[in-house]
Design a protein around this ligand. Structure first.
Ligand SMILES: C[S@@+](CC[C@H](N)C(=O)[O-])C[C@H]1O[C@@H](n2cnc3c(N)ncnc32)[C@H](O)[C@@H]1O
Length: 314
C-alpha cells in the first residue's frame, strides 16, 4: 500500500502494474549492479503524477462471507516505487505539469527528507532538454553519473527531439511507454486523411513517419528518388499495420540508441494493445548495453503477454 496522498490520481488498470513491475524490477537490478561504483545514480521521472495511484478493487463475495463491494485502494505510483528501491538512487527528479499533482509530490518529498528530490514544473520535453544541457550530462564533460529516465505519458506527449537529446547523453537508460494505439490512429490509411496532424506526427515520430506510406503497389515513398511528397501525396497509402508500425518505431529508436529492447506489449483489454514498453540505452559501451539487455530480459520475461493475461486475470 502506498503512502496516502490528499490528491487522488486514478489512472490505468491491471496493465499499469505490469508496466510498473517491469520498470521497478529493472531499477532494482540497475542500482544493485552500479552501487559499488563511483557513479552518482539518478532516477528521472518525466511524467511523475502524484506518486500514487487510486484503483478500484472488488472485495467481499461468497468466499469472504460478506457482500461484494468495490473499494478504492491506493497503490504506489512510479515515483514512490523508485524511492523504495534498494540500494537507493542518489538523486531523484520528478517532472510534472499539473500544479495539483506537484503538491502531492511535495508531500512525497516531505516523507523522504533523507533523499535528494527535485520537483520540476512544466512540460517534460522542455524540462528534459534543459536538464541534459547541464554539464553533468553533456557528452564528454559528463562526470561519473548514470541514470534512468521513465517516460510514462498518457498519449502523444513525448517529442522525438527529446528522445534524441536523451540518446546524446550516452549516460541515460530510457523506459518509454510508446502510445502505439494512438499513433496508429493518427496515421490515417490514406495520406489525405492526415491533414493538419502532420505537424504533430513530425513532433512525436520525426519526419520519417512518411516512410510508412507508399504509392499503390509501389515502393515506399521515402525510397523514390525525386518524389515530391507534397505534390504527390494524393496517391499515398499506409499498408503498415499495428505490429509493423511498432517494429518501424523500434527501428527509429535503434537509429539513435545503441540498444533497444524488444517491446513489451501493454494490453488494456485482452486483445487490445495500447502501448509498447521499450527500454533504450544510450551508453554505447558493450558492458553497459549487455548488462541492460540482461536486466531487461529478466524484468519483462514474467510480464510477456501470456503472463500479463494471467496477472490481470484476463
Ligand atoms: C500516466 S500519468 C503518470 C503516472 C506515473 N508515472 C505513476 O506511475 O504514478 C501521466 C502524468 O503526466 C502528466 N503530464 C501530462 N502531460 C505532461 C507533460 N507534457 N509534461 C509533464 N507532465 C505531463 C499528467 O499530469 C500525469 O500526472
Amino acid at each position: 500500500m502506498a503512502g496516502g496522498t490528499a490528491i487522488p490520481h486514478a489512472f490505468g488498470g491491471a496493465w499499469t502494474e505490469i508496466k510498473l513491475d517491469a520498470v521497478s524490477y529493472y531499477l532494482e537490478c540497475y542500482t544493485k549492479a552500479l552501487s559499488n561504483t563511483s557513479f552518482d545514480l539518478w532516477y528521472i521521472d518525466a511524467f511523475a503524477g502524484t506518486g500514487s495511484r487510486e484503483a478500484e478493487k472488488e472485495i467481499g463475495g461468497l468466499f469472504e462471507g460478506r457482500p461484494r463491494e468495490t473499494v478504492i485502494e491506493t497503490l504506489a505510483g512510479s515515483a514512490r516505487r523508485a524511492l523504495a528501491i534498494v540500494p537507493p538512487f542518489h538523486d531523484f527528479v520528478f517532472i510534472e505539469k499539473s500544479r495539483v499533482r506537484r503538491e502531492a509530490l511535495e508531500q512525497v518529498r516531505a516523507e523522504h527528507a533523507d533523499k535528494r528530490i527535485e520537483i520540476v514544473p512544466g512540460d517534460a520535453n522542455a524540462a528534459l532538454c534543459e536538464l541534459v544541457r547541464l554539464p553533468r550530462w553533456r557528452r564528454g564533460t559528463a562526470g561519473p553519473v548514470r541514470g534512468v529516465v521513465f517516460l510514462d505519458p498518457y498519449s502523444l506527449q513525448v517529442d522525438w527531439a527529446t528522445l534524441e537529446a536523451l540518446a546524446a547523453t550516452q549516460a541515460l537508460d530510457v523506459w518509454y511507454l510508446f502510445p502505439l494505439r494512438d499513433v496508429t490512429r493518427q496515421l490515417a490509411l490514406d495520406f489525405r486523411g492526415i491533414g493538419p496532424k502532420e505537424e504533430m506526427l513530425d513532433r512525436v515520430l520525426g519526419r520519417e513517419w512518411r516512410e510508412l506510406y507508399k504509392l499503390d503497389d509501389g515502393p515506399k515513398v521515402a525510397t523514390l528518388p525525386g518524389f515530391d511528397l507534397f505534390a504527390d501525396k494524393e496517391e499515398m497509402k499506409r499498408e503498415a499495420k499495428y505490429k509493423q508500425i511498432e517494429a518501424w518505431f523500434r527501428g527509429r529508436l535503434q537509429s539513435i540508441f545503441p540498444y533497444v529492447s524488444e517491446p513489451l506489449p501493454i494490453n488494456t483489454a485482452p486483445t487490445r494493445q495500447a502501448f509498447s514498453l521499450f527500454l533504450a540505452v544510450s551508453n554505447p559501451k558493450s558492458a553497459a548495453t549487455d548488462l541492460a539487455a540482461k536486466f531487461e530480459r529478466y524484468a519483462t520475461r514474467q510480464n510477456r503477454p501470456a503472463a500479463s493475461r494471467r496477472k490481470s486475470g484476463l
